[in-house]
Design a protein around this ligand. Structure first.
Ligand SMILES: C[S@@+](CC[C@H](N)C(=O)[O-])C[C@H]1O[C@@H](n2cnc3c(N)ncnc32)[C@H](O)[C@@H]1O
Length: 199
């Protein structure tokens, strides 16, 4: 992947533009997602919580291609957005679902330490589900050495968070930066990122 905008990302940005969807990850975060996806181990599993119209998914997939051994699962609760994302020209290893991220995490049950199965090598938690609600489930779903990314950790220029939202964001920050299973840092990158690796 070179410095140009990958084809799948360009198509997803166009879907966002035509549908008026304003919550896609920014390009700096997208490039981070692509870079991390490229490091996913063979036959690895990638999860995105909150597909939107597929911009983040497109960055993740673009970081993996031309590999086809890994899987990328992304879940979106809004059927219209889910349908818009699904209209993309995705490779066969992409699994786009419409549903609640919390239900998906609950159904998957997290990484099984004893059986050494399940879980994800890379998770982009980009919606309420699995970030403000059920962050513990997201952390449990990380495989050992699995990486968790959250963005939007600082207010966008000109935006003031309401107190409730700010408190929830601070809870996410505190949990990720102090969790015993995680090694984590906060980056002044794009919309504000916390990157955490599971021990
Ligand atoms: C910040 S946007 C996602 C942007 C996308 N990850 C990207 O980078 O292009 C958050 C999305 O999560 C969806 N969402 C909200 N609650 C959800 C839930 N409980 N489960 C799944 N998706 C949810 C919203 O409809 C919205 O489309």
């Amino acid at each position: 992947m070179n410095s140009e905008t990958p084809r799948l990302v360009g198509a997803a940005l166009e879907r966002a533009r035509t549908s008026g969807f304003e919550y896609s990850c920014d390009p700096a975060v997208g490039r981070l997602l692509a870079t991390l996806a490229a490091a996913v181990p063979e036959n690895g599993r990638v999860l995105e919580l909150g597909t939107g119209v597929g911009v983040g998914t497109a960055w993740l997939v673009s970081g993996l291609l031309p590999r086809t051994d890994a899987t990328v699962t992304s879940v979106e609760s809004d059927p219209g957005r889910g349908a818009a994302a699904a209209s993309g020209d995705w490779p066969g290893f992409v699994d786009l679902r419409v549903g609640d991220g919390i239900d998906l995490l609950a159904a998957e049950g997290g990484y099984d330490l004893v059986a050494a199965e399940g879980g994800y090598d890379l998770v982009f938690a980009d919606c309420v589900a699995g970030k403000h609600v059920g962050l513990d489930r997201t952390i449990a779903a990380l495989r050992p050495r699995g990486v968790l990314v959250v963005d939007d950790m600082v207010p966008a220029p000109g935006v003031t968070w309401d107190e409730g939202f700010a408190v929830r964001q601070e809870g996410v920050r505190r949990t990720l930066l102090s969790h015993e299973r995680l090694v984590a840092l906060e980056l002044a990158h794009g919309s504000g990122v916390i990157l955490a690796t599971a021990r």
